[in-house]
Every structure is written in structure tokens, then in C-alpha cells.
Design a protein around this ligand. Structure first.
Ligand code: SAM
Length: 210
């Protein structure tokens, strides 16, 4: 069996009870970043073999996993949150879905964490992930502007200022900005872009109201 397991987005206490049980039970953990996952497993006192499986995993890596799955149960975890949300995951599912039982173990995600404290209905929304670095950036922001629904995007500390500036040039959007969610320096801000003071440290999720 192959379990696709969601892990915390910062606060290690957020691992679900079921996720913990699965990580204890499987023979091997496939991880986007072995160091990050080692830390999580050590926190829960789980001793497990960890094999790297990231977005660059090639045919050879898939064959290795295929051989392991003949005799063993495996879990895949990404760096943080829910696999396949701006993270690796789909390659494994695509490759093994016909022959292996694949079981999702749900848990935290930066999207749902911020949505849960939105002050607007979020029964419909558009998730656009990270703004592209160069090409297609203009088109990305046009999609935000033209959306009928609130737009959720991800951004890193390196580019948050630039992204907010470019968004503001289109419109001084009302938004909700979640920074370092579930962590020690978590901040959640509501207001127009021009009103929100940004500390360029940590990880960000934005809900742009439409
Ligand atoms: N799979 C993850 C999920 O389910 O949220 C997302 C992985 S993506 C590579 C990483 C991005 O998610 C960060 O750059 C940031 O935009 C967002 N993110 C992850 N953890 C976060 C946190 N604790 N607070 C705010 N944003 C976070």
C-alpha cells in the first residue's frame, strides 16, 4: 500500500493521530526532503528508513519504489502540508494508481488554514499557487483581477513585497494575509494592501477578495 500523508505546516503538534499511526506502521517513508521529515519523525520518536522522492524523481526512482512496493508498505510525505498542493505527489499516483492501493491521509494545508479564518464566505474560490517568477506573471495577475471568486495564492519571503506591489498597481485589493501560520510568529492581517504592514520573513498565503 502507498499512503499519501499530509504533515504539519510548521507546528509539529498538528500531525493527525492517523498520520502518526501510519508513519509508525509503514516500512519506509518517501520524503520530498529527508532532513525535514527526519525532524518530524524524531519529534514523534518514529525510527524509519527515509528515501528521498522529490519533484525531480525520474523513471529509475519510480522503478525503485515499484520494487519496494512489491513487499512493503510505503508512505509519501512532502516538506509540509498536503502533498500535491504546490508540492510533489501526483507522479507517484499517476504511476501506481492501476496496481497499488493508494490511500490519502488528510491533514493541514496552508490554504485551508487561512481559509478557516477568512471573514468572507469561501465556498467558491480560485487557487493559483505561486505567481510565476518572470514569464506569464502579467497573465497571472490578470487572472486575479478578472476572477469572480476570491483568489488564494502562495508567496515566499523573497518576493512578497514585489508581489504585493504589483497587485496594488492593478488595484488596492482587500485581502487577508497569513504569515507563518501555526508557528511562533504567526500573523494574520485583514485590509487593503496599502494598509497592511508586511514583515518580509517567513511563508505567506494570501486571500485576495473579489
Ligand atoms: N503543500 C503545502 C500546503 O499544503 O500548504 C504547500 C507547499 S508550497 C511548496 C510552500 C508554500 O506554502 C509557502 O511558500 C507558503 O506560500 C505556503 N505555506 C506553507 N506553510 C505555510 C505557513 N506555515 N504559513 C504561511 N504559508 C505557508
Amino acid at each position: 500500500m502507498l499512503y499519501i500523508v499530509a504533515t504539519p505546516i510548521g507546528n509539529l503538534d498538528d500531525l493527525s493521530f492517523r498520520a502518526k499511526q501510519i508513519l509508525e506502521k509503514v516500512d519506509i517513508v518517501l520524503a520530498e526532503d529527508t532532513r525535514v521529515t527526519r525532524k518530524l519523525l524524531e519529534f514523534y520518536n518514529i525510527k524509519k528508513e527515509i528515501i528521498r522522492f522529490d519533484e525531480h524523481a525520474d523513471e529509475e526512482k519510480l522503478k525503485l519504489v515499484e520494487n519496494l512496493l512489491k513487499e512493503k508498505n510505503l508512505a509519501f510525505v512532502s516538506d509540509a502540508g498536503t502533498p500535491n498542493i504546490s508540492d510533489p505527489g501526483f507522479k507517484l499516483v499517476k504511476y501506481f494508481k492501476e496496481n497499488v492501493e493508494i490511500i490519502p491521509i488528510p491533514g493541514p494545508s496552508a490554504i485551508t488554514t487561512l481559509i478557516s479564518v477568512a471573514d468572507i464566505p469561501m465556498d467558491k474560490f480560485l487557487f493559483l499557487g505561486f505567481p510565476p517568477a518572470k514569464k506569464k506573471r502579467k497573465k497571472f495577475f490578470e487572472e486575479v483581477l478578472n476572477s469572480k471568486y476570491p483568489v488564494v495564492i502562495y508567496e515566499s519571503n523573497h518576493r512578497i513585497k514585489k508581489t504585493l506591489k504589483e497587485l496594488q498597481e492593478l488595484e488596492d485589493f482587500e485581502c487577508i494575509i497569513g504569515r507563518e501560520l501555526t508557528k511562533k510568529f504567526e500573523t494574520i492581517s485583514y485590509g487593503k494592501i496599502s494598509e497592511i504592514k508586511i514583515i518580509e520573513k517567513g511563508e505567506f498565503v494570501l486571500i485576495i477578495k473579489r
